[in-house]
Write a protein that binds this ligand. Sequence first.
Ligand SMILES: C[S@@+](CC[C@H](N)C(=O)[O-])C[C@H]1O[C@@H](n2cnc3c(N)ncnc32)[C@H](O)[C@@H]1O
Length: 575
Amino acid sequence: MNDTVSYATKRNWNKLNTSEKDRLTRRANKRLSKKKFIPIEYLSNSKNAIVLQEILEQIDLKKFSIESVIYSLAKYLIDKKRIKNRNIKTILNENHFDYINEIEEYNWPQDERDLLGIVYQCLLFEGEKNQKGSYYTPTSVVKNMIKNLDFSNGQLFLDPCCGSGSFLMEIDANPNQLFGTDSDPIAVFIAKINMIIKYPEIDFYPHIECRDYLEDINLLSFDSEVLNKKFDYIMTNPPWGAVANQICSIPEITSKETFSYFFVKSFSQLKKNGKIRFLFPESVTNVKIHKDIRSFILKNCNIESFTLYDDNFTGVTTKYVDVCCSNNEIQKTIPVYKNNCMEIIERESFFETENLVFNFLNLKDREILSKVKTLGCYDLSESIWALGIVTGDNKNKVSHIATEGAEQIYTGKEICPYSVKTAQYYIKYNRDSLQQVAKEEYYRAPEKLVYKFISNKLIFAYDNMQRLFLNSANILIPKIKGMSIKTVMAFLNSELYQYLYIQMFGEIKVLKGNLVELPFPELSEKQDRDISETVTKIINGECTDEFIQKQVYDIFNISDDQINHIRSILYGKVA
Ligand SMILES: C[S@@+](CC[C@H](N)C(=O)[O-])C[C@H]1O[C@@H](n2cnc3c(N)ncnc32)[C@H](O)[C@@H]1O
């Protein structure tokens, strides 16, 4: 795992008012965390959480290693189920640890499909789980990902980082058609035992190897059955996070992201007409750093479907998406599944943005975008951009009290559409004592726009009072031919631009890199003057923004039906 922090990340932390030290400490703390928790959504029966907690509290982990607990529980389960498989002895011998007799005394739940995997996850500290990426996939997600697979013609399945075998166990096929690898020897042992328990009638040795799947990128490992095969289906939930000094090198993956390496290598092991399906964090669809894997997918794969999930895994607070691809002929449309609904989107829409954002636009969205792009001949790339002030020590340098020589300073919170609210803070503005300041001429520009950086909406305010802002606000001095600064603000605050931003970039941050991609139209002098004058009235509280909304829609010839569509995206269903 990589602990080096890029300039961009540091900058974002600054923008988020988080010092690098704090952030690193928090990240390190998570890695070192000694917290343990039961992976509730991984249980077949949630009532077992309490039972398991009570049992695990009784096992003295100072006396017994995790390996011993897992080995003993595995042996106990195998004996209890009277499993006949002749290979079981070999597997237990290969992983021999001290047998804990007390294991037999507990009332282990009988109705869990992966008791060993659950106990293992419960025994690992949060920090270890983070480092290994040992968050196993809930059955409901696995079931959804493997549904409709056909194994009737000897098709082969691989999970290249199989953990305790969550995917392998859920498939109904001959176990000799199922393959896995994982770098964690305990997980591999559990996966083998799980497979033996699932197929008590068949005498087989599970095709699960303990190896670093990314180590030998050229698939030249002679001691590996898995690496020398091609598969009909490769499906998994890969580990997440950037890797440092990875032995494998895939030039296309500049981010060094583990899940991207896993995807590219797995794709090379796919048979013709094969299917690859990976569970990714949702950031894979829109974050700039993952442009590399999006680009790989668009160059090499037919995208069969996307499925968006809202739930979180315990300890992993992110939304996730499963991406199913094949090496078949590329199809122009893609089904996207969310909450039991399906929508067809067009693959072409992924080429609408510089960063190849997977923006899930349907035909209606693309028609609107096309209208805007056809008339949008200008952008904000020639404009001036600046960050708010980073004091380095807000506690001591920013105060609610107006002391002598202190000046008002504003934060993102005070930014409303069109104007700023009363300042809550004061600062002694001595540029030399501040950690990061932009050029004085930007803060003191006769006119500037300020906007919230962390926001799921575009919120721009006008300032002609040379106000100071902290770094939860960013500054924009727009330069667009034929548009006054107030007119630019009107477009940015309009419903149409909110919609464009959300649909094109799917971000909850307002980033310069995205804003410069928004198209602006050519205006007549009269149009510019009318909009600008209306903005002045809005700022003075003399009118609402109704005229602006209508003007912006009219300029791009957006129809009533399209306006209804935009409003349903922004505000939910519109009657
Ligand atoms: C998120 S878990 C998923 C496990 C399983 N596929 C599932 O869905 O339940 C990721 C797994 O990747 C394994 N892993 C991490 N790095 C690996 C590597 N370089 N090679 C093979 N396995 C790896 C971890 O040990 C962990 O079991």
